[in-house]
Design a protein around this ligand. Sequence first.
Ligand code: CA
Ligand code: CA
Length: 147
Amino acid sequence: MKRLQKCCRSKKTLTLADVLKLVYPGADQSDILKLLRAVQEKTALEKELDPLGRVAELKQREEETTQWSSWFEQMWPYWDSDGNGELDEFEFKTVVRDIGASPADADTFFEEIDLDGSGFISKEEFREWWIGKGNCTSAINLQSRKH
Ligand SMILES: [Ca+2]
Ligand SMILES: [Ca+2]
């Protein structure tokens, strides 16, 4: 009876140490402790450094931005067909088509992007607008769905 109680109790409180003992039958108490400490330290360290999983999120965003930037650099000379370094309203129509937005939104976007109201969109204005939108693709998809 006592044995059974003991067994039940140990089953109820099956710890990581018990599991480790099963996995590493040859390990002695100090090995188990070392393993436990390693597991705990790793978890504590991860939680301390990145409690909400932000690092992964930022990394992904950074990757997306990098991908977008290289695409943008490739597209820019093509969009800026007269090569003056800025986009006029005519050139911008191609951009609108290429980013998959509705042509009906072209004027709205142009005004939004042309921050200094020069009538031309500079590379910096475009980049700022795009990155400022966060995930711009979904923002545009939402915009165009209205029409
Ligand atoms: Ca141009
Ligand atoms: Ca401008």
